[in-house]
Design a protein around this ligand. Structure first.
Ligand code: NAD
Length: 282
């Protein structure tokens, strides 16, 4: 039987460690504070924002919620970001994506002070990751590194294959695995003979966005499989990009959906908020 990587337990462990750090900072006179901006009332975004507020409350991070109407203009949003950039007591700024179509997401991401960019999406944060400088790392891939390390899975020297090259998962994932001395291959929708490449993987990270696409034909016996995908099937049950029942018997370790990668994203957001205090004092 494979090792089932328990993202729920590991994320709780991280949040409990952060709780202690937040207490220590409080004792030194610093209250960690995250500003969360939501434009419009997309139901999925409201759920994510609610979960972020709950995690802040659990850890002792103050959260400021800005719930702006759908018709907010780009100028108004940029003005608010400018105000939050200038506020010393705000450590992290998060703009919940996606934004309404009339707002240019790139312009909004670029407007956030890189020292408060707790999502790690600013080009400066991405560049810093690329050349190994201090900066924020996108939360989902950072969470996957924690899952591997805290499950006792060695990355150095391993063949790591990432499926997907998005800016928020695939690309930063590849850079992080490289930083951990993995031998990294990135695959995508134009990759030829995907199965041949993925079958070389000791560690396979799947971030495709296609329910249950990865079956046992894509996986080497004994591989570690990390499933980033989240989908709701016709019976409104959650599933990933990996066909878990088919693949799990072949693996040495695997993340379930739900309860694998999902809970780590918010835990790492909280981690970035706490880190932001040190980064702002550099
Ligand atoms: P995306 O749509 O931006 O990127 C998908 C990538 O998969 C692309 O780079 C594309 O080239 C590649 N791809 C598509 N079809 C392919 C194919 N047939 N063969 C090989 N590669 C193919 O998606 P994303 O934002 O990176 O997210 C991926 C999945 O992860 C989604 O299901 C998303 O919901 C989920 N996700 C989960 C979390 C979390 O917290 N667990 C966070 C972010 C994303």
């Amino acid at each position: 039987m494979p090792q089932i990587i328990d993202g729920k337990a590991i994320s709780t462990e991280i949040k409990d460690e952060l709780k202690v750090k937040v207490e220590e900072l409080k004792a030194q006179g610093t209250q960690v504070c995250l500003a969360v901006i939501q434009v419009g009332n997309d139901p999925a975004s409201s759920v994510y924002v609610g979960n972020k507020k709950k995690a802040c409350a659990y850890i002792g991070i103050e959260s400021l919620a800005y719930e702006l109407p759908e018709e907010t203009t780009q100028e108004e949003l940029l003005e608010l970001i400018g105000e939050l950039n200038a506020k010393k007591e705000v450590n992290g700024i998060l703009v919940q994506l996606p934004l309404p179509k009339h707002i240019d997401e790139d312009a909004v991401i670029r407007a956030i002070d890189p020292k408060k960019d707790v999502d790690g999406f600013h080009p400066q944060s991405v560049g810093a990751l690329c050349i190994g400088q201090p900066g924020f790392v996108s939360c989902t891939p950072a969470g996957i590194i924690q899952l591997l390390k805290r499950s006792g899975i060695e990355i150095a020297g391993k063949n790591c294959v990432v499926i997907g090259r998005s800016n928020i998962v695939g690309k930063p994932m590849a850079l992080l695995l490289l930083r951990e001395n993995g031998t990294v291959t990135v695959t995508h929708s134009k990759t030829r003979d995907l199965k041949e490449v993925t079958k070389q993987a000791d560690i396979l990270v799947v971030a495709i966005g296609k329910p249950k696409m990865i079956t046992r034909e894509y996986v080497k016996e004994g591989a570690v499989v990390i499933d980033v995908g989240i989908h709701r099937n016709e019976n409104s049950k959650l599933c990933g990009d990996v066909d878990y029942d088919d693949v799990a018997p072949l693996c040495s370790a695997i993340t379930p959906v739900p309860g694998g990668v999902g809970p780590m994203t918010i835990a790492m957001l909280m981690h970035n908020c706490v880190e932001s205090v040190a980064l702002q004092n550099l």
